[in-house]
Design a protein around this ligand. Structure first.
Ligand code: CO
Length: 172
């Protein structure tokens, strides 16, 4: 009789212990779920508002990417890094985004004559956005609004570079 009642007490105690544990566990799980949800929301909001792009250029006259995709109206923050060592005078690089209908070869020819303006024709015609002309070890970051949906050309307008240093800027 005495043994049976001790068992009963023990069983009751264990049940209570389990109940407490379960409650704590489920609270903790809920907290985690809430935190995850918040994190996802923030990430989505950031990606819709802003597109951050990094483009690297080197001493071998190459960009490391030839295609970007952003959304119409999105704020684009683009950083161009020159990862080489040669100066801008001999291996200068820039990023120039052209309007639709601007012929790249025609633009590049006009740009060659604009040495004193970082190889950007002074009238600015055909240019949506551009970085500075940079040399080895330098970087430039620009911010602009993505234009309407379509496919746009980008290039480096340093003389002779655009045949290799070019790509597509896609706006969805
Ligand atoms: Co270049």
């Amino acid at each position: 009789m005495k043994l049976k009642s001790t068992f009963a007490m023990l069983a009751l105690g264990l049940t209570f212990l389990f109940a407490c544990n379960n409650e704590q566990k489920s609270e903790a799980t809920n907290e985690t779920a809430v935190a995850d949800e918040t994190a996802v929301d923030e990430t989505e909001a950031t990606s819709q508002e802003k597109a951050e792009i990094t483009l690297n250029a080197n001493d071998a006259m190459q960009f490391d990417k030839n295609e970007f995709t952003v959304s119409a109206g999105q704020t684009v923050v683009l950083t161009l890094n020159h990862t080489g060592k040669q100066p801008a005078a001999s291996m200068g690089h820039n990023f120039v985004l052209l309007t639709q209908g601007t012929d790249m070869a025609t633009f590049a020819t006009a740009a060659m004559a604009a040495k004193d303006n970082d190889y950007i024709p002074a009238d600015g015609n055909g240019v949506i956005a551009h970085t500075k002309l940079i040399g080895g070890g330098e970087s430039d970051t620009i911010t602009f609004t993505a234009p309407e949906k379509g496919t746009y050309d980008f290039l480096c307008s340093f003389p002779g570079h655009y045949s290799i240093m070019k790509g597509k800027f896609i706006v969805q």
